[in-house]
Design a protein around this ligand. Sequence first.
Ligand SMILES: NC(=O)C1=CN([C@@H]2O[C@H](COP(=O)(O)OP(=O)(O)OC[C@H]3O[C@@H](n4cnc5c(N)ncnc54)[C@H](OP(=O)(O)O)[C@@H]3O)[C@@H](O)[C@H]2O)[C@H](O)CC1
Ligand SMILES: [K+]
Length: 526
Amino acid sequence: MIEAVATEHIRHAERPLLDAGAPLMAHVAFAVAQRVRHELSARTGEVGGRRVVVLVGSGNNGGDGLFTAAHLARAGVRTLAVTVAPKVHAEGLEAARRAGVVVVSSASSARDSQDALSPGAAAREALAADVVVDAMLGIGAQGALRGAGGAIVRAVNRQRPRRGGPFVVAIDVPSGIGVDDGTVPGPVLRADLTLACGSPAPGLLLPPAAHLAQDVDVIDTGLDLSGATSKVLRLEDADVATLWPRALPEHDKYRRGVVGVVAGTRAYPGAAVLATGAAVRSGAGMVRHVGADDVTRAVLAAHPEVVHGTGRVQAWVVGPGLDTEDAAQLRQVDVALAEAGLGPGAYFSGAGVWGDGGSDGIVPVVVDAGALSRLPERCAPWIVLTPHAGELARLLTERGVAVDREQVESAPAEHAATAQRLTGATVLLKGATTVVVGPGQVLSQAEAPAWLATAGAGDVLAGLLGTLLAGRSREAVQHPDLVARLAALAALVHGRAATEANPGGPVSASMVVEALPRTIARLLAD
Ligand SMILES: NC(=O)C1=CN([C@@H]2O[C@H](COP(=O)(O)OP(=O)(O)OC[C@H]3O[C@@H](n4cnc5c(N)ncnc54)[C@H](OP(=O)(O)O)[C@@H]3O)[C@@H](O)[C@H]2O)[C@H](O)CC1
Ligand SMILES: [K+]
């Protein structure tokens, strides 16, 4: 599991080390220079004589960059440091000059001096370099990257080819991202490699900033972050076996978990086929489909092991392909939501519909697509909402926070957290990077290949999550912390299955369903 702790905790953990005189900046600079030398050598076959441009800001991030530049110059690299602020780290500047780094300034105050370089000219230098080191801003960033740094980045971004061009190494974070919320308030230089200092900042894991920091490595600076409470988590493949509901020999199909799926209509039978298929193929003990007869016929034709009609379940999946005009199906959604135990006497225990599924008969529910409009005012955290950005915008607007899809996409973590607060449910916000927010928890998963943005993928995710919640139904209700992790686990496995279905190429939702059993087996064996 990767843990990104809030920057206030990073600051807090740095303080005692800095007070004790620990040479953290020297350590960071040495590690960055090593990686840059490695990249130069891997990409060009040599280090001496290659060209590196270091973009240097006013704070300690700039200090890291200047000491890095000094190391590189001493290794024979032709190193140009471009300062983007009138004042930069004094000792770093002296070290860089002493080592033979050429230092120029793009800050507006330096315009008339001999060592001045316009932002446009600095951008051209950067584009012609083998490696660019982005040391303009770290965790001290406030808002959009201003001044010369912003101008240089805008100019580079206009001309930087998607492939080829300089390899960009960001120190700590790509300068100018929202370090705690993952927003992108202004120009940012996309990093090919980000070397986080001590701990990754949350913005490195959260979209949309996460997409500008693809490959993140951590330089260990010895920070003690054990007391950090505010963090963003990312599950890794190694976490799958720990969280996955175990298939034990003594389990019958009921104890493995029965998933009830309320999905699909005559207009959209495919959603039911995909959601039930994903539940079946991810290892549910049994899957029930509740819907119109001809939809169930389509489901059974694809997955004969699915059972038609209501009965005892350990988790519900409601909403994929739902017809909001279909009163019978909507009633069934309400029944499922009631079984999540939404209030005294609210859950349904009528004949033939349910038994003692989870804790005291309460069961988790995945609420997708059309069913999102059926939510009660307050939800339990074992109700997992799985909206995409447009659906989340609608849900928030209905609850008095007027936002549109673009606003959600520009700050997904913030809006998912607002929805979590307003509903009480766990919120899984789908996207290229999926964000999950439960009470006091934020997770982000980025396994999905771009090809997974395809019709029906959400139905597959909902069915898969249904299996996970059914398999750990009682625990999910008793320990709601687990719910957000299971939701993140579903996103991880969904993304991996999509990749394994056709590495590097197009996938359909059906292909992802097909791939699930072997992907899960591989992850459990790892
Ligand atoms: N974690 C560790 O173990 C270590 C981390 N290190 C590095 O230190 C930085 C944090 O350094 P800090 O000086 O606190 O912050 P920054 O380098 O990010 O710079 C903040 C200054 O930048 C200016 N600023 C703020 N926002 C903007 C903006 N939007 N545009 C332009 N300029 C901005 C501001 O200065 P002003 O003079 O303009 O007010 C800030 O003061 C961390 O990220 C690591 O890289 C250490 O090396 C030790 C080990
Ligand atoms: K940086």
